[in-house]
Design a protein around this ligand. Structure first.
Ligand code: GLA
Length: 406
């Protein structure tokens, strides 16, 4: 009898200890997806994604001929060689779901089907991207993927899709982290490497949870082709820059803050503003997704989008998002550390008149005594070696972009 009591006591003590242990270690089934220790990033986008997307220029006015023309242009006009690898069709490619729920393309706009279009893009050495939405409908009112996540992911993989932009319209009370993790898992389950671009506008702070779920996340509402201000639901370049800049600690290889697609070449910015827009995106290690008509680019637009030295700052393998280190009214200094120990420096003038802006080496973490090499990335020339600091006259609504090395 004594032995039985002893054994029972032991069992009870063990049960109590187990219960205590169970309380201390979180239940894996109750964790939000991002805190599941077994979740791994997909290994894509070790530098910020580059490509073209149909939305900024074409909106819903897309068809297969236009997308083919873009792929032809990118393969031949230097964009592909400069790193613009993805051709992405945004909203409004969709037709209907069939009786089994399988999505198809709009048969009038895409009569050859998406697989043929993706083959065409791949044949030009480019990758192919598509768009869907976590809700019942896309922002353009087309069928969304809610309730069809795995089915759509399989369809995209069969079509040869390499990139999915996933929007957030018509999602009601849906939980964003859950919804994006579900599609992330569905894409992963196909076995095809598919870059995952979250387009949730920053509403539920995806920078805090999306690093192992997606490769880039929008941090703001939509951009519009203007320098400043809010325009309906869209924003000019400056408010987008200010919202995205402060999130710099969250970006890194495989997971990037996305301040939305480029408006360079769409006509609403002066050349100086467009250079500033592109430079700021490069400083912020932002995805460089051109949004203009790349089949008829002006020389000025071409010189901006294809500047290899500015692109190299964006694509630097250290993968640190640059940020503002000083602000004196309209005059700002930005810095981005580079893999070779150097710095990209942006002297940024928001004002309406040219201004002199200087950077001190000590602000960059260099000794004042250093006689550094300085290269002007828009003039594309080396300046004289400089000790302690570098000053420049910066045009109105413009930048001077430098690469400083010891
Ligand atoms: C949202 C997105 C845009 C674009 C449109 C398409 O507004 O933020 O980037 O994809 O939907 O309808």
């Amino acid at each position: 009898m004594k032995a039985i009591f002893q054994t029972m006591g032991c069992v009870l003590a063990l049960a109590a200890a187990t219960a205590g242990w169970a309380q201390a270690v979180p239940d894996a089934n109750r964790l939000p997806p991002s805190q599941d220790a077994s979740r791994r990033a997909n290994g894509l986008a070790m530098t910020p994604p580059m490509g073209w997307n149909s939305w900024n220029k074409l909106g819903c006015n897309i068809d297969e001929a236009k997308v083919r023309a873009v792929a032809d242009a990118m393969a031949g006009n230097g964009m592909k060689a400069a790193g613009y690898g993805y051709v992405v069709i945004d909203d409004c490619w969709h037709g209907t779901r069939d009786a089994d729920g399988v999505i198809s393309a709009d048969p009038v706009r895409f009569p050859s089907g998406i697989r043929a279009l993706s083959d065409y893009v791949h044949a030009r050495g480019l990758k192919f991207g598509i768009y869907s939405d976590a809700g019942a409908k896309t922002c353009g009112g087309r069928p969304g993927s809610q309730g069809h996540e795995y089915q759509d992911a399989i369809t995209y993989a069969r079509w040869g899709v390499d990139y999915l932009k996933y929007d957030w319209c018509s999602t009601g009370t849906r939980n964003a982290e859950e919804a994006y993790a579900l599609m992330s898992d569905a894409l992963r389950a196909t076995g095809r490497p598919i870059l995952f671009s979250l387009c949730e506008w920053g509403t539920s702070r995806p920078w805090e949870w999306a690093a192992t779920i997606g490769n880039m996340w929008r941090t703001t509402g939509d951009i519009t082709d203007k320098w400043d201000g809010q325009h309906g639901h869209s924003h000019g370049v400056l408010p987008i820059v200010d919202a995205n800049e402060r999130l710099w600690p969250y970006a890194g290889p495989g997971h990037w803050n996305d301040p939305d697609m480029l408006e360079v070449g769409n006509g609403g910015l002066t050349d100086s503003e467009a250079r500033a827009h592109f430079s700021l995106w490069a400083m912020m290690a932002a995805p460089l997704i051109a949004g203009n008509d790349v089949t008829t680019m002006s020389e000025a637009t071409r010189a901006i989008l294809l500047n290899p030295e500015v692109i190299a700052i964006d694509q630097d393998v250290l993968g640190v998002q640059g940020h503002r280190i000083r602000k004196d009214g309209d005059r700002e200094v930005w810095s981005k550390p580079l893999a070779d120990g150097g710095r990209a420096v942006l002297l940024f003038n928001r004002g309406n008149a040219p201004a002199t802006i200087a950077v001190d080496w000590t602000e960059l973490g260099y000794p004042a005594s250093l006689k550094a090499r300085v290269r002007d990335l828009w003039a594309r020339r080396d300046l004289a070696r400089a000790r302690g600091r570098q000053a420049a006259t910066v045009p109105a609504h413009g930048v001077v972009m430098l690469r400083i090395s010891a």
